[in-house]
Design a protein around this ligand. Structure first.
Ligand code: ZN
Length: 360
């Protein structure tokens, strides 16, 4: 992996942190490169909380980590998260100082928040731990492209029973308070940064959770990206028909009506596609940012929309006693739940889900 570290200075704790990160990356054989290298895999930058600026990626294959010093205390995630968004980072490392004790708070786009404490006496173990957390995330691959094929049969242009069941399920999730409000990106990003973000990742907004239900064969209806799941009404805008996956282009293939400009499907379509294809008895899948006791969990918190997250969830579904009734934990993130139908999923989760995802 090629990487770059943009240093503002060598002073203070951040200077030591960057020097140590460089040493551990070199030790593991990663190659230093320029910030505009087209094959850059990882960029680490320091941001000033008074003036947070995005690192301008040449491609979305570049994983951007922003490091920033901040205040400890309550609501750390709520305070730190807007900096992740404003710097267009894949990961924010928010460094706090509590009476000389430094802690690195890792903040992810999925609202993950976990910590690594700094111990000057165990510096090499500390940098190994930071590296262990960073490397798999930085090397995962997004499956974000959509190929729209205007072949949706006319009788499906206004949806069918399944799309109406999905709309109802979205309202039900909202009533259970399991869908946080979409994050107001436009309040935190300049129009220019918003355009850059949309161009790079093709996302229309930032919202959490998604749901899908099987149509025919391996095809399935799924919520669109960045929408309010409690108001899914229009096919092509709120709900899309996923037909397949193109491994060469690393893109999802969608069947859309000929007369509308479609939105993009949820970034987790690749994960749902893997599960439907492998388990014909799965009729519906719901993903929420919540938790249930005793569920099996992925070991690495790969970002949403990556091939690696999809593969690790699909593997746990495969190992479940009944893959069509599986509840899988996504570490530091949430749950993916399979069912024979949407109703079947609600019956199994209602009253059992807790909104707080444990962070480890
Ligand atoms: Zn999620």
């Amino acid at each position: 992996m090629r990487y770059t570290i943009l240093k503002s200075s060598d002073d203070g704790f951040l200077g030591r942190l960057l020097t140590g990160l460089q040493a551990v990356l070199d030790l593991h054989g990663h190659i230093r490169a320029d910030a505009d290298d087209p094959d850059l895999g990882l960029a680490i930058q320091v941001a000033d909380p008074a003036e947070p600026r995005p690192f301008r990626r040449q491609s979305r294959g570049t994983f951007v980590v922003t490091i920033m010093e901040g205040e400890d205390g309550d609501n750390l995630l709520q305070r730190a998260y807007p900096y992740l968004v404003r710097t267009l980072s894949n990961l924010l490392v928010y460094v706090t100082d509590t009476g000389g004790r430094r802690t690195l708070h890792f903040v992810t786009p999925e609202l993950g928040h976990y910590q690594v404490g700094y111990d000057a006496a165990e510096e090499s173990a500390f940098f190994e731990e930071v590296y262990r957390r960073l490397k798999p995330l930085a090397q995962s691959r997004f499956v974000l492209d959509n190929i729209f094929e205007p072949d949706l049969p006319r009788e499906l242009w206004d949806g069918n029973e399944t799309t109406r069941a999905l709309a109802e399920a979205g309202r039900r999730l909202a009533a259970l308070d399991l869908l946080p409000a979409p994050f107001p990106l436009d309040q935190y990003l300049s129009p220019r940064d918003l355009r850059h973000l949309k161009l790079l990742y093709g996302i229309g907004g930032l919202s959490y959770g998604n749901l899908s239900a099987r149509h025919e064969g391996d095809t399935f209806w799924m919520s669109a990206s960045g929408i309010d799941k409690s108001q899914m009404e229009v096919v092509g805008r709120d709900i899309l028909l996923v037909k397949g996956y193109d491994p060469e282009r690393q893109a999802m293939i969608l069947s859309v009506a000929a007369d509308r400009e479609p939105r993009r499907v949820s970034v987790d379509a690749i994960e749902h596609w893997m599960i439907y294809r492998e388990h014909p008895e799965v009729g519906a899948i719901i993903h929420i940012h919540a938790w249930m006791d005793g569920v099996p969990s992925t070991e690495i918190n790969y970002p949403c929309g990556t091939y690696e997250l999809a593969t690790s969830v699909a593997e746990l579904v495969r190992r479940a006693p009944d893959p069509a009734a599986a509840v899988i934990g996504l570490k530091n993130h949430g749950l993916t739940i399979t069912g024979r139908s949407l109703d079947d999923i609600f019956e199994r989760i209602e009253g059992r889900v807790q909104r707080q995802v444990p962070m480890v």
